[in-house]
Every structure is written in structure tokens, then in C-alpha cells.
Design a protein around this ligand. Sequence first.
Ligand code: SF4
Ligand code: SF4
Length: 168
Amino acid sequence: MAEIPPYLQRGYITPEELFSIIPKPGEERLRKRPVAVPECPQEIPCAPCREICPTEAISMPTPNDLPIVNYEKCIGCSLCVQICPGLAFFMVHYVGDKARITMPHELLPLPERGEEVVLLNRIGEPVGKGKILTVVPREKSRGDTPIIVVEVPIELAWEVRAVKVVRE
Ligand code: SF4
Ligand code: SF4
């Protein structure tokens, strides 16, 4: 029987592990426009991301295969982030010394545009503060999930995968 990789055993994946199974977009591409990166390492029968992509940038020969994005074909439309039932798609865009991360946000409250939020890593630990740039509420999302764009320090681009709203 095949050995279960450590990231499936522990329930989250590190950036190093992720980029050992899918390609990492280059810096030039990351600065050009938002690029979608799937963090979907489990071979499960699921393919809405591939079906919704308007440029056929997501390759997945069978629904059990891992999604692989052709970063040059990705136009940064965010539909894969909106539709993914596993909340596994993110977009990353480098702008100056910041990174803009597009991510699903299912928890309430929904942050507001311009709001400062606590940045959380993949295991929910706070790693810094960021600013909300865009909010797409549930009723405007193609899936059932609101999405947000948060600006983070560039060195946290591959760590931040959720935010926490803290209001007095
Ligand atoms: S962001 Fe849009 S173009 Fe890029 S992979 Fe996702 S659905 Fe396709
Ligand atoms: S829709 Fe989400 S969970 Fe399903 S294959 Fe695509 S990335 Fe994975």
C-alpha cells in the first residue's frame, strides 16, 4: 500500500511540500497579475475548478487527479477560488513589497473593505496584520463562498491563508 504523505496525515501542507507536488509561479508572473494556485493535494473525485475556468488553465486529466494550473493561461478571474468546495484555491499577486492574496472567507463576520485584520497561517496561528482590499459577498460569488483580497507583507505571501476580524 502507498505511504500516506505527512501533509495528508497532519491535515495541512507547508509551502515546501506544496511546491514539491505542483510548480511554483515565478516572480515575474506573480508581479504581472494575480495567479491562481491550488492547494489541493488529495486525490478526490472533484473538478468544478477545471469546469469553471474560462481559459482552460486548469489541467486535471481525470477528476481524481490533482489540479495543475498553467500560470501563463490564468487570467486571475478568481472563479476557481469562488467555486472550490474545499476552499483550496488561492490567488497571489506581488505588488511592490506587498502581496495581495485572494482567498475564501466563510467565517462571520465578513471583513469590510479597508479594514485591518489579523493574518492567520494554515494552522490558524496569527502571523501579522493586513488590510482588506476587496470583499465579494456570498450573493455575488459564483460558489456559495464569499471571497476577500487581503494585502500582506510579501514575505508572508505563502503563509497567510485566512484572516480574523477583530473589532472592539
Ligand atoms: S483564476 Fe480564473 S483563469 Fe485563473 S485558474 Fe482560476 S478560473 Fe482559471
Ligand atoms: S474544486 Fe477545489 S477541491 Fe475540487 S479539485 Fe478543484 S481545487 Fe480541489
